[in-house]
Design a binder for this molecule. Structure first.
Ligand code: 13P
Ligand code: SF4
Length: 327
């Protein structure tokens, strides 16, 4: 019924679902029948997080994708995450509920331009953030995520020169805590760059008992006010383990769903963006996935992530090197 061109154009399967259907129950039923699992990132809609088999950060999601026995993975995250799952599990069917869920940071690093850039740094090791396309991974020596970036950089000899990209905020933060001078690609995440240090200062005055938790993709000024800096999983775990009751959250507010689930009585204040008319800085791409799209994607097993074998072979090496290090 749906040819690939139509799906490519629209990004998802637009099948009218009977309103009487309980989507959560039906999705779980289909997962069992098809030996499928749903992997979701913390930033996606809470209904998807609730129906997922696993919700996690980029590292956790790639570890799950590499180790699952399922035949089908429905990946509710941005495109590079689903692509990483395909690279790690090439014989499995990887389905993404909305193909157009891209990551502007990953798109800010086109492979041709990066190849040209690397010509100026022939003796540098190429470390890339996992927020990149498969083409960029194929040009990399090792990948990292926000939860293992420091560990990966620390594992390289001190005298080793390094090129890092695409996120200059994460790269700058890693330079500051490791004392390295990595050459940085000029990319960033608009969602995290947009958090306002001014509004953070005001919030800290109003809530002097709150702990500030920030993702390293945030701009430098915001990071300078943070008490804890780390990946989404690290931020979430901190709120679970801390005896404190109030937190200012400087990352995409989708993660607050899991925080509230674990500790409903604690207070979580999402840091607002620079634009004074906006209350939150949202990742519109993560929010493209809906529970309806998850249902249709699982039912029709489309849109599927397809990559050429040669690209998978090349892009797999730096990701496997990263995963090996974590063992
Ligand atoms: P995490 O790996 O910390 O979940 O970050 C992924 C991401 O895209 C943050 O913007
Ligand atoms: Fe990409 Fe930023 Fe969205 Fe993360 S929050 S997926 S880096 S656009």
């Amino acid at each position: 019924m749906y040819n690939n061109k139509e799906i490519q154009k629209k990004g998802f399967i637009d099948w009218e679902i009977d309103k009487k259907i309980d989507l959560h129950t039906e999705i779980r039923k289909m997962c069992k029948e098809k030996n499928a699992i749903i992997l979701a990132h913390y930033y996606v809609d809470s209904k998807i997080q609730d129906v997922a088999d696993y919700v996690g950060d980029s590292l956790g999601l790639s570890q799950q994708a590499a180790n699952t026995d399922a035949d089908i993975i429905v990946f509710a995250g941005v495109h590079f995450m689903a692509e990483t799952a395909k690279i790690l599990s090439p014989h499995k069917k990887i389905i993404i509920p909305d193909l157009k869920s891209g990551c502007p940071m990953a798109d800010s690093m086109p492979a041709e331009a990066f190849e040209e850039f690397l010509k100026d740094y022939p003796d540098h090791v190429v470390v890339t953030y996992v927020n990149t396309t498969a083409d960029i991974k194929a040009l990399s020596d090792i990948t990292c995520t926000s939860s293992n970036a420091k560990e990966i950089i620390d594992s390289l000899p001190r005298e080793q020169k390094i090129v890092f990209g695409p996120d200059k905020n994460l790269g700058g933060y890693i330079n500051s805590i490791t004392g390295r001078e990595m050459v940085l690609w000029d990319g960033l995440c608009i969602v995290h760059e947009n958090f306002s240090a001014e509004r953070l200062k005001t919030l800290k005055k109003e809530h002097d008992d709150a702990i500030v938790l920030a993702h390293p993709e945030c701009n430098k000024e915001v990071l300078s006010y943070a008490d804890v800096i780390g990946s989404t999983a690290k931020i979430l775990n901190f709120t679970k383990e801390s005896s404190n009751n109030k937190f200012i959250i400087a990352t995409e507010p989708g993660i607050i769903h899991k925080m509230k689930e674990a500790n409903p009585d604690k207070i979580y204040i999402p840091l607002p963006p620079k634009n004074p008319h906006m209350l939150m800085s949202i990742c519109r791409n993560m929010k493209k996935h809906t529970i309806k799209k998850v249902y249709n994607a699982l039912k029709f097993e489309q849109p599927e992530v397809i990559l050429e074998d040669e690209l998978i072979r090349k892009a797999k090496k730096p990701i496997e090197r990263m995963l090996e290090m974590g063992k």
